[in-house]
Write a protein that binds this ligand. Structure first.
Ligand code: AHN
Ligand code: ZN
Length: 330
């Protein structure tokens, strides 16, 4: 009843232009426009930025390295500090070249006994190669992964901190997947399927609790870049269109339409695909997509330039506040 009233009011506000939203176009039906939620905590961008910087400060989080181990311990202890029930799922996974990767998926559950759950995830490992670097001498050198890896985890740690302070009315699971970014490099000719996203592939077959289920899932991948643009990723649109619309319209209502572009992007192989296919959970990917570059990713993607210089608090805020809005309206 109150929900309908709120929706009616929000439509009136939109109609008379008093919400401050600058977007004039919409492909979402009006019924999906959300009530102006007043119970949503404020995402602290400085806090998220610090969680990103802290990860990068360990050095590249390449599986089997000391930095990887130390950062994994840090992430697990932060989730525990925020009040989550923490699961650490260790597995030896095999890379494209046969390397055995000592991997760890790190899971924080809030209100683990609640039936209705939302899954939020990101990968926490960083790529062992800068195989898109303009300098060939860098192709086999590990990168910082400030955006590619650390940004999604940093935003989710800030969300975890807030969820721990004041619970939404659904259970929240936050998964930091390992071994996402050890996929076949550009300098190798052989094609092996499914070499990316090894941690999420493992989890999809071996969830941390039997028959794990969530209403939907949201993947954050490269969510910290300055002037990032999040187009509607095509696999997300195919498998979870209502979730895409819910998230993009929440972003628009919050005034983040310059980041969340109301147009389709490319199809991207990413952790959401395996969670979707393996567990039947409709998942979307919020990922920085640049239609102007050859790869579809920002120019610093998989180069030495994926460092803290590209990380912008405003982008982290746009993504984090949007995700909070979505989970607190449940
Ligand atoms: C591929 O490059 C096949 N997928 C992109 C997944 C990814 C890598 N996201 C971050 N790094
Ligand atoms: Zn990557």
């Amino acid at each position: 009843m109150t929900k309908f009233l709120f929706m009616a009011l929000s439509c009136v506000f939109v109609a008379c232009g008093s919400t401050g939203s600058k977007q004039t176009t919409s492909d979402a039906p009006a019924v999906q426009r959300q009530a102006p939620a007043t119970n949503v905590p404020a995402f602290n961008a400085d806090s998220a930025y610090a969680y990103v910087a802290n990860q990068v400060a360990f050095g590249p989080r390449v599986p089997n390295s000391a930095a990887h181990k130390a950062c994994g311990d840090y992430l697990a202890s932060e989730l525990a500090r925020f009040g989550a029930k923490v699961y650490q799922q260790e597995a030896t996974l095999t890379a494209y070249d046969g390397t055995r990767l000592e991997s760890r998926n790190i899971i924080g559950s809030f209100n683990p006994d609640m039936d209705k759950r939302v899954l939020l995830f990101a990968h926490w490992d960083s790529r062992p190669y800068s195989d898109h670097d303009p300098d060939p001498a860098m192709h086999k050198v590990a990168l910082d992964g400030a955006d590619d890896g650390a940004s999604g985890v940093g935003a989710l740690l800030e969300i975890a901190r807030l969820v721990g302070q004041k619970s939404p009315s659904v259970g929240i699971d936050i998964i930091f997947f390992d071994a996402e970014d050890y996929g076949t490099p550009e300098f190798v000719d052989t094609f092996t399927p499914d070499t990316w996203c090894l941690g999420s592939q493992f989890w999809a077959k071996n969830p941390h609790v039997p028959n794990y289920k969530a209403e939907y899932g949201i993947l954050l991948d490269m969510v910290g870049g300055k002037n990032a643009t999040f187009f509607k990723e095509l696999q997300s649109v195919r498998f979870a269109a209502p979730i895409v619309e819910m998230v993009w319209s929440a972003a628009r209502d919050l005034g983040y339409g310059k980041y969340f572009i109301n147009a389709n992007g490319g199809a991207i192989t990413d952790d959401h695909q395996y969670v979707n296919a393996g567990r039947g959970i409709p998942c979307i990917d919020i990922i920085n997509y640049d239609p102007e570059t050859e790869t579809g990713f920002p120019a610093y993607w998989h180069t030495q330039k994926d460092n803290m210089e590209n990380i912008d608090r405003e982008t982290l805020k746009a993504v984090g506040q949007t995700v909070l809005h979505v989970i607190y309206q449940e």
